[in-house]
Ligand binder design. Structure first.
Ligand SMILES: [Zn+2]
Length: 390
């Protein structure tokens, strides 16, 4: 999911589809041939530097049609995808082995590679899939290319659409977001909400994966055992951990952006680049890896949801947000576990509350004259109770 050019956003609509039972084998078969053809094409494109469509066509089209039995249109999409993968691999300065695609997925050009007709999707080569359900909010916007993915026994069609970028309102104040490893603290001078992070829950799956890996890497177990089943379960646990973080980041961003929109506030978050970098330098353990992943994904989803919802968003400098007094700017002293006090003006608060207030203040000064009303920073129309039980 990417933000598009000037006036448009590119959104991805997830459509659950299912081949008719008698076609399922044929569709899976096509996807397997596509994957093999794609891996072959990636190597060929890299080896002969055939990075243009014309060159790749000459090099591959006939073979993809004859040897891999791809329908004409699917063959075009196959080498087009191969070029894209080859290009990003060639651009990567730390490139390792040549890229190999293992999952079952297919690029499809709109109208030529796939077509949605009522409650069916037709693929080039006259394969039919039944539509089970999708997000209808973007129905009025034209479809672009799509990816058909087969994972965990289910088929999903990801359709990209161009949607006009919504206009942003003039904010009446700021909703600041502070992230630490256990909580996301959201608020401003009038309200505060705390949302737990799922790091501990995700960590359990990482540990399960590690335990399995440790147990079966011993030489007592035969090679076949180390490979197949165990490996699959280890991978499953790792993926489960990542999914938990991703799911949480997306839902949390949605809650925060909706709250901001309800009260016509701007969202303010810290610039997390430095934080993520510094976590990367710590000894690699599962916890720091998951925390860094959580920060990155929450930042990503906040930016995206704000853009999509027309909610103004500010990224502020994170330096000293939890050690400076938000009221007078003096350096705070610690007076207890995560509690800070200002020796100058007497303000005393939890370090996360301090951070939220500082982020709010920085965003307000960034906004300068753009507040809808000059006295707006106090959000008097929202009571904390209404926001409870997140
Ligand atoms: Zn102070």
């Amino acid at each position: 999911m990417l933000t598009g050019g000037e006036g448009a956003l590119t959104v991805t609509v997830r459509m659950r589809v299912s081949p008719e039972p008698e076609d399922e084998q044929a569709v899976l078969d096509l996807m397997r041939r596509y994957r093999d053809a794609l891996n072959y094409s990636i190597r060929a494109v890299i080896a002969s530097k055939a990075l243009s469509l014309t060159k790749a066509h000459k090099l591959l089209y006939k073979e993809l049609r004859e040897r891999y039995g791809l329908p004409a249109r699917v063959a075009l999409d196959c080498y087009r995808e191969a070029i894209a993968i080859a290009k990003s691999w060639l651009k990567n300065p730390r490139k390792g082995n040549k890229p190999t695609v293992k999952s079952l997925r297919m690029w499809l050009t709109h109208e030529l590679g796939y077509r949605v007709k009522g409650d069916h999707v037709e693929l080039a080569g006259s394969y039919r899939l039944r539509v089970i359900g999708w997000d209808r909010r973007y129905d009025d916007f034209p479809s672009r290319e799509a990816r058909l993915v087969f994972r965990d026994g289910e088929f999903t069609l990801y359709i990209t659409k161009q949607v006009p970028r919504p206009a942003k309102y003039a904010p009446k104040g700021v909703l600041a977001v502070d992230i630490n490893e256990r909580q996301v603290v959201v608020g401003n001078s009038s309200v505060e909400v705390r949302i737990e992070t799922p790091v501990e829950r995700a960590l359990r799956y990482r540990r399960l994966a590690e335990r399995l890996q440790g147990k079966y890497s011993s030489s007592r177990y035969r090679a076949w055992r180390r490979r197949s089943g165990v490996r699959r379960r280890v991978r499953h646990f790792h993926r489960k951990a990542r999914d938990i973080i991703e799911d949480w980041a997306r839902r949390t961003a949605h809650i925060i952006v909706s709250l901001a929109k309800q009260s016509q506030l701007a969202v303010a978050r810290e610039d997390l680049t430095g934080l993520v970098e510094s976590l990367r330098e710590l000894p690699k353990d599962h916890r720091t890896a998951l925390i860094a992943l959580g920060y990155r994904r929450l930042g990503f989803w906040l930016d995206w949801q704000a853009e999509k919802g027309g909610v103004p968003l500010f990224v502020v400098d994170p330096a000293d947000t939890s050690s400076t007094c938000p009221r007078c700017g003096a350096e705070l002293v610690e007076v207890g576990y995560r509690r800070l006090r200002c020796p100058n003006c007497g303000l005393e608060a939890d370090r996360d509350t301090i951070a939220v207030l500082n982020i709010e203040g920085r965003a307000l000064s960034k906004m300068g004259g753009t507040l809808a009303s000059p006295t707006a920073p106090q959000v008097t129309d929202v009571s904390p109770n209404r926001w409870g039980n997140l």
